[in-house]
Design a protein around this ligand. Structure first.
Ligand code: SAH
Ligand code: SF4
Ligand code: F3S
Length: 474
C-alpha cells in the first residue's frame, strides 16, 4: 500500500485520491449535466465546488451518474506517480462511455492537467479539454470550443486568481462542515513537491470574501469551516482601501467571531511559518479547533535540508514543544515521507524518533515518488530501492499505530465536546462526530433525539486505533 491514513478522517481521506461523486440536480432546472470526480487534496475538492458554480450558471447541473453526463470531468492530482496512474485508468473507462455516446466531452482539470498540458490531447488523445487550476473561469468558452470538435486547452497560471467572487456550490455536503479556500499556489519549493509547478505562485484571497463565505455557510446551517491553503500561515492580504495587512492570525480571529457556535479549522501549517500569534488566537477562541496539521516530512536535519524544508530537527521539535506549552490539549498530526533520496537507516531512525517525541495523534505516510521537473528530480538520484522504501514506510506506519493508540488511551475518562456529523459508518444506532482535536468519537444514540449538526458532551469509555468510543453526558 502506498499511503496510509490513521484516525478515520473523512475530509482528509480525499487527499488519497478517493473518488467523489456529486449529488443529482433537478433535471428540469438544467439543460445539460456534468459529472466530476475529484482526486488529491482538499484544495481540489474545494475547486470542484467552484467549477460546479461556474457550470451551473452555464446551465449544467451536477449528476452522480456518469452514464447520464454530457460532460465528464476529472479533477486530478499529480502529487505522486500512483495518483496519476489512478486517473489514467479511470480515463480509459470514460473513453468507453464516449465510444457508446460520442457527444460526451471529457475534460481533465487540476494538477495533472497543468503538469502534462496539451500532451494529453496531442500525443495520447485521451481527453477533449485540458484545464489548469487557474483557468476555470474559461470553462464555458472551452466547452464551446470542444463541442465544435476543437481541442480546448487553458493551462495558464495566474498571479492573482483566487475565485474570490465565486460562491462555491457545495457538492455531496453533509450540510455541517465545508471547506473555504483562503489562498492558492505555493512559494515554498520543497524539493520533492510538484505543487508549486501545478498551482503556481502563492496568493491570498480577499479577507472580506472569506468572511462573507463563512458567514453565508453559517447562516445556511453549517457548523464548521476549514480554511484551506497549502501554507495557511503565510496568508497575507493587503486591504487596498486602508493599506492594512491581514495576517493569518487576524483572519482566524475574524472567522471565529462570526459566531461562537461555528467551529473553525485550518490546514496546512508549514512549521516554519506558524507564529505565536496564531497559537494565542487559537487559545483565545474556544471555537477555533485545537488541532494543528504540522507536516514534518523527515526527522533528519540532513534530509530536511535536501528537501528544502528550511527547518532543522531541533527547530521543529522546539516548535512542537512551544505548541504544547501554549496549548497543552492541542492535537497534532503530520505528513511523513519514507525513502527520500540518500536516506540512510540512521536518517530513518531519526524520523521514527521525532514521531515518538511529537506524539502525533495521526499521520499521513508516503514513500517517496519522484516527480518530473521538481528540484529533487533535477538535483538528486532517487536511489532508495522500493523494497527498502516500503519497509521503512511500514515501520513508520507501525510507529504511528502505537502513537495513535496511546493518544486515544490517554483520552479515556475525559469528556469532549463533539460536533455530531451524522450516523456512524458502522452502526446507524450510533452517532459519529469530532472532538476539537479532530478525533472521531462514536457514541450510542438516544431514541427520539436528532443530534446531527449539534454539539454533545461525550465521555470517552474506550477506543480503537482510529476512533474514540463513548457515551453522552450532556
Ligand atoms: N502543503 C502541504 C502538503 C501538500 S502535499 C505541506 O506543505 O505540508 C501533501 C503531502 O504529500 C506532503 O506533505 C508530503 O508529505 C507528500 N508528498 C509531496 N510530494 C511527494 C512526493 N514526491 N512523494 C511522496 N510524498 C509526497
Ligand atoms: Fe509542496 Fe512544500 Fe508547498 Fe507543501 S509547502 S505544497 S510540500 S512545496
Ligand atoms: Fe495533488 Fe494538486 Fe493537491 S498535486 S495534493 S491536487 S495541489
Amino acid at each position: 500500500m502506498e499511503t496510509l491514513a490513521l484516525a478515520g478522517k473523512e475530509h482528509d481521506e480525499h487527499r488519497q485520491g478517493e473518488a467523489f461523486k456529486p449529488f443529482s440536480n433537478d433535471p428540469n432546472t438544467y439543460k445539460k449535466s456534468f459529472y466530476v470526480e475529484s482526486y488529491g487534496c482538499a484544495m481540489n475538492f474545494a475547486d470542484s465546488e467552484v467549477i460546479a458554480s461556474i457550470l451551473n450558471k452555464e446551465g449544467y447541473g451536477a449528476t452522480r451518474n456518469v452514464d447520464d453526463a454530457d460532460l465528464i470531468f476529472l479533477n486530478t492530482c499529480s502529487i505522486r506517480e500512483k495518483a496519476e496512474q489512478t486517473v489514467r485508468k479511470r480515463l480509459t473507462e470514460f473513453r468507453k462511455i464516449k465510444e457508446q455516446k460520442p457527444g460526451t466531452l471529457i475534460g481533465m482539470l487540476g494538477c495533472m492537467a497543468e503538469r502534462l498540458k496539451s500532451k494529453l490531447l496531442e500525443e495520447e488523445k485521451l481527453v477533449d479539454m485540458v484545464v489548469g487550476p487557474d483557468a476555470y473561469r474559461s470553462l464555458p468558452g472551452l466547452i464551446e470550443e470542444a463541442e465544435t470538435g476543437q481541442k480546448a486547452v487553458n493551462v495558464l497560471l495566474s498571479r492573482d486568481e483566487t475565485y474570490a467572487d465565486i460562491a462555491p456550490v457545495r457538492l455531496d455536503s453533509n450540510g455541517i462542515s465545508a471547506f473555504v479556500s483562503i489562498m492558492r499556489g505555493c512559494n515554498n519549493m520543497c524539493s520533492f513537491c510538484v505543487v508549486p509547478f501545478t498551482r503556481g505562485r502563492e496568493r491570498s484571497r480577499d479577507a472580506h470574501s472569506i468572511v462573507a463565505e463563512a458567514t453565508d455557510l453559517f447562516n445556511r446551517g453549517f457548523k464548521e469551516v476549514t480554511l484551506l491553503g497549502q501554507n495557511v500561515d503565510s496568508y497575507h492580504w493587503i486591504n487596498e482601501q486602508n493599506n492594512e495587512a491581514v495576517t493569518f492570525a487576524m483572519l482566524l480571529e475574524k472567522v471565529a467571531l462570526i459566531d461562537p457556535s461555528l467551529r473553525v479549522r485550518f490546514s496546512t501549517s508549514h512549521p516554519k511559518d506558524i507564529t505565536d500569534e496564531v497559537l494565542h488566537t487559537i487559545n483565545k477562541y474556544p471555537n477555533i479547533c485545537k488541532y494543528i496539521h504540522l507536516p514534518v516530512q523527515s526527522g533528519s536535519t540532513r534530509l530536511l535540508q535536501l528537501m528544502n524544508r528550511t527547518y532543522t530537527r531541533e527547530w521543529y521539535i522546539a516548535k512542537v514543544n512551544r505548541i504544547f506549552e501554549l496549548i497543552p490539549d492541542c492535537g497534532i498530526s503530520s505528513d511523513i515521507i519514507a525513502g527520500f533520496c540518500t536516506e540512510t537507516e540512521e536518517d530513518h531512525q531519526d524520523t521514527l524518533s521525532i514521531m515518538e517525541h511529537c506524539k502525533y495523534d495521526m499521520s499521513y505516510m508516503y514513500f517517496y515518488s519522484e516527480r518530473p521537473g521538481t528540484l529533487a528530480a533535477k538535483r538528486y538520484t532517487d536511489d532508495i530501492p522500493e523494497p527498502i522504501k516500503k519497509r521503512r514506510l511500514q515501520e513508520i506506519v507501525d510507529m504511528q499505530g502505537v502513537l495513535s493508540t496511546a493518544s486515544n488511551q490517554k483520552d479515556v475518562g475525559a469528556v469532549f465536546e463533539v460536533l455530531v456529523e451524522g450516523n456512524s459508518r458502522k452502526n446507524e444506532n450510533d452517532w459519529s462526530g469530532r472532538t476539537s482535536q479532530n478525533k472521531v468519537l462514536v457514541f450510542p444514540k438516544t431514541a427520539g433525539i436528532d443530534l446531527k449538526g449539534k454539539y454533545a458532551q461525550v465521555k470517552v469509555t474506550s477506543y480503537t486505533r482510529t476512533t474514540l468510543l463513548g457515551e453522552q453526558v450532556g
